[in-house]
Design a protein around this ligand. Structure first.
Ligand code: OGA
Ligand code: MN
Length: 300
């Protein structure tokens, strides 16, 4: 079988049609899906109905899985599934509400971050006028690399950046949506950030350009509000370079915006793209997603 791809108007975010992920997929079809995933960085499947076991089975076709570190957000019955949700049950959050409302790669806190993730939508917030909320944005870091102006490519090629957990938590607190009643970030949200900080290595270095471990393509490795400086550049040059890089990677021509529908499964590659949750909704509008994480393989 040759898979049917409906191309998005962006370098990534293409939809693969005609595949039922709840069934076991034959090897030849799987190989085409994996090739599309490696090549484009974000692929989308619509109208799926998946139990946790079925999502895990499909995820494991790509190799071993990683478990999210804060275990209370994983399904008790299926700890390979990490719940991304704002839903509160019996006074307790059933998942992590803010899985990243800033441009990021997942788990940059690890020396070798995961290959990618899969997010499956069970509940999607919808506004009164029918508009879905809680979109996720993706930007292609391989397309952004290819389009780098020479001066910026020369500036970052072969260089490493220092990522700071503290800087990131401060940035996220400063940019998080506030509680409309108090004008502040909720205590619970602050506590969640502090808890994550306690679980993070204070500093880690990453190459600014990585080779994709499966395609060999060069990708810009970048997260917003996380990099303290570029090693080997003076402070002013480092700050200017990071700002130029931010402006470069966030150009609309590299970006796909996913508007969620229940039953969507979106997979992203953690080397060839960055992503951002909008978080533009609140209870009583509910959002509930099941995430699996493909194990380590982003090139160092
Ligand atoms: C994630 C993530 C985005 C979203 O799960 O890593 O960034 O829209 N999610 O929930
Ligand atoms: Mn993420």
């Amino acid at each position: 079988m040759s898979i049917d791809i409906r191309f998005a108007d962006a370098p990534l975010g293409h939809e693969i049609r005609g595949v039922d992920l709840s069934q076991s997929i034959e090897d030849a079809t799987f190989a085409e899906i994996e090739a599309a995933y490696d090549r484009y960085g974000v692929i989308v499947f619509r109208d799926q109905t998946l139990t946790p076991d079925q999502q895990i089975a499909f995820s494991k076709r790509f190799g071993p899985l990683d478990r999210y570190v804060l275990e209370r957000y994983n399904l008790v019955t299926h700890p390979d599934i990490f719940v991304v949700s704002n839903v509160i049950e019996n006074g307790k959050p059933i998942g992590l509400a803010d899985a990243g409302r800033y441009w990021h790669t997942d788990m940059w806190v690890k020396p070798i971050p995961p290959r990618g993730s899969m997010l499956y939508a069970l509940e999607v917030p919808v506004r009164d006028d029918g508009e879905p909320l809680g979109d996720t944005y993706f930007s292609s870091m391989s397309a952004a690399y290819d389009a780098l102006p020479d001066w910026l490519r020369e500036r970052i090629e072969g260089r490493k950046a220092v990522y700071s957990a503290r800087k990131n938590v401060e940035y996220r607190i400063a940019n998080a949506p506030v509680d409309p009643a108090t004008g502040e970030l909720s205590e619970e949200a602050k506590e969640g950030m502090r808890e994550r900080l306690a679980n993070m290595t204070p500093e880690i270095t990453h190459a600014l350009v990585k080779h994709h471990p499966r395609t060999g393509r060069k990708c810009i490795y970048y997260s917003e509000g996380a990099i303290s400086h570029i090693i080997g550049l003076d402070e002013k040059t480092s700050d200017e370079t990071l700002e130029a890089l931010r402006q470069h990677v966030l150009q609309p021509r590299f970006i796909y915006r996913h508007r969620w529908r229940i039953g969507d499964l979106v997979m992203w590659d953690n080397c060839s793209c960055i992503h951002k949750a909008t978080g533009d909704f609140d209870l009583p509008l509910r959002r509930r997603m099941h995430r699996t994480t493909l194990s380590a393989s982003v090139a160092v």
